[in-house]
Each structure stands twice: as structure tokens, then as C-alpha cells.
Ligand binder design. Structure first.
Ligand SMILES: Cc1cc2nc3c(=O)[nH]c(=O)nc-3n(C[C@H](O)[C@H](O)[C@H](O)COP(=O)(O)O)c2cc1C
Length: 155
């Protein structure tokens, strides 16, 4: 009774869809059936996320979930992913597995705690720089070229 709203369900997404032409991005998708259902309801994007591992102890990781979710709905909806993507090679792997982009949660907060706005900017800039370096050192020039075959380039 004190946490979340258990009455929320898929009908609420349909209602929301009826009420707005704004893009809807549904967060917390971890199963390919849910991803298909979200696409059927007309959302523009999904976020493959276990909310930073803060909800269900032992939940499937976003990286593992991404494989089946991308197989189910890639090309039909924008696929974002979060929860534990902290380095350039983490982002490389997520993109190679089928994410269109990765969201970063706690790292920019850690940067903020260490050095204010500049620290938050640095935390994100470092991940981007690592991604750049990982791409270059593994023989890639563009994130658009990353697919699952690129995973073997990480060694
Ligand atoms: C302190 C804190 C509070 C959060 N609150 C929410 C929330 O209310 N709703 C939600 O969907 N996700 C929430 N999240 C999860 C984030 O939106 C995001 O999915 C997560 O931080 C991504 O993982 P990462 O921090 O490992 O990058 C929270 C995360 C943190 C650290």
C-alpha cells in the first residue's frame, strides 16, 4: 500500500496513447512479450531496464534481457537500455546487442557529488571518450556499424 501503484496496467498505456500524440517511452521492459505488447500499443520507445537493480533482487540483467527484446522488436520501436552501463565497452556491447542508445543513471550523480555540474559533465564525457576509444581500438569508426558480430572484436 505504501509503494508504487499496483493498479497500473497495460490499459493505462492504451489510455495514455489515446490522450496524447507526444512520444511515449515505456521503461522497465525485460521480456520480449512485453516489448511486443508495447509496440502493439503504439509506444515510440522502450527502455530495457531493471531500474538499476534496485527493485527485484536477482532480476535478469538489462544486458541479458536486451538480446531477446531486440530480437523481438528491433526496427519497430526505439530501444534504449539502462542499469549498469558505466564504461565505454558496456555501451559498445549494448549497442552491438541491439540498443539504439544507452541511458546512464548513477555515474553522473557520482560525478555531481564529487565536483558539481563539472563532475557530472566529466562522468558522461569519460564514458563517451571510452566508447570512442573502444570503437577505434576494435576497428570501428561508427556506432551505426555495430551489430552482434562486433562483440568478437572486443577480444
Ligand atoms: C536514487 C535512485 C532513485 C530512482 N528512482 C526511480 C524511480 O522513481 N522510477 C524509475 O523508473 N527509476 C528510478 N531509478 C532508476 C533509474 O531511473 C535508472 O533506471 C537507473 O538508475 C539506471 O541504472 P544505473 O544507475 O546503473 O545507470 C532510480 C535510481 C536511483 C539511483
Amino acid at each position: 500500500d505504501i509503494y508504487s501503484r499496483p493498479s497500473l496496467n497495460w490499459d493505462d498505456i492504451a489510455t495514455l496513447r489515446d490522450k496524447t500524440s507526444l512520444p511515449i517511452v515505456l521503461k522497465g521492459i525485460l521480456h520480449p512479450d512485453d516489448a511486443r505488447r508495447a509496440v502493439d500499443l503504439g509506444v515510440e520507445g522502450i527502455i530495457v531496464s531493471n531500474h538499476g537493480g534496485r527493485q527485484v533482487d536477482g532480476s535478469i540483467s538489462s544486458t541479458d534481457a536486451l538480446v531477446d527484446v531486440a530480437d523481438a522488436v528491433a526496427g519497430q520501436v526505439t530501444i534504449l537500455a539502462d542499469s549498469g552501463f558505466y564504461t565505454g565497452s558496456d555501451v559498445f556491447k549494448a549497442l552491438a546487442l541491439g540498443a539504439d542508445a544507452v541511458c546512464i543513471g548513477r555515474p553522473h550523480m557520482y560525478g555531481l557529488a564529487l565536483n558539481g555540474a563539472a563532475g557530472a559533465r566529466d562522468a558522461v564525457a569519460n564514458i563517451i571518450a571510452e566508447l570512442d576509444l573502444t570503437l577505434g581500438l576494435s576497428g570501428h569508426t561508427d556506432v551505426a556499424g555495430l551489430d552482434r558480430s562486433a562483440l568478437k572484436d572486443l577480444g
